[in-house]
Design a protein around this ligand. Structure first.
Ligand code: ZN
Length: 204
């Protein structure tokens, strides 16, 4: 009887050991998002040095992203809601700003991500030209978004007519790399878009 009890205890112990091994196999927790303590502060000089790095380094190889095959749907109208005053503006798929309106939510998210990457400068998205109340008399080709980059010294650079790509260049740049991530998870060298990057940062 004692023998059977010992065998039972051994089995229970073995079971517990296996469970603890399983627990150790578990992947460690995901890294927390960038906190303000780990955020880099960048001065104008730092930015100029980082741009020089892109210029002088060999462009990293590009990585093709996944190809996306979308079924073309005849989208007729899209409603744009101005975050400033809540006004609704309708955009037809024939309008030039249609693509931009469709991307608006994504662009806002990218600008937010950009702002969390770096200290010492801030980024603002100006969407007012998409709103029929903020800008009632604007021709369709002039309905654009603008990005304002504000430096710690109070100077700012405003670029009218930005796209999600522009924000992706800046995210790549402020992530300290030589590449940027495309919307389909590919990697492209920043070197090929350097003139635009400089324009967005107000560097000639
Ligand atoms: Zn508005």
């Amino acid at each position: 009887m004692v023998f059977i009890q010992i065998i039972f205890v051994v089995f229970v112990l073995l079971g517990l050991m296996m469970l603890s091994v399983r627990a150790q196999d578990k992947k460690p927790e995901e890294k927390p998002a960038v906190s303000s303590e780990t955020m880099k502060s960048m001065s104008r000089g730092d930015i100029q040095r980082a741009l020089k790095k892109i210029e002088t380094n060999t462009a990293p190889l590009q990585k093709m992203g996944a190809m996306c095959y979308k079924v073309a749907m005849p989208a007729i109208h899209l409603e744009y809601i101005c975050p400033f005053d809540g006004e609704k503006t309708m955009y037809s798929s024939e309008s030039r700003a249609y693509g931009l309106v469709k991307e608006a939510q994504g662009i806002r998210g990218l600008v937010k991500e950009l702002g969390s990457l770096v200290k010492g400068l801030s980024f603002f998205l100006d969407e007012k030209k998409l709103c029929s109340k903020c800008f009632p008399d604007l021709a369709d080709p002039d309905r654009k978004m603008a990005l304002v980059v504000k430096y710690a010294d109070g100077t700012f650079v405003r670029t009218d007519g930005i796209s999600s790509q522009d924000i992706r260049y800046l995210i790549g740049f402020f992530s300290g790399g030589l590449s940027y991530k495309t919307d389909n998870d590919g990697q492209e060298p920043l070197k090929t878009v350097e003139p635009r990057l400089k324009e967005l940062l107000g560097e000639k």
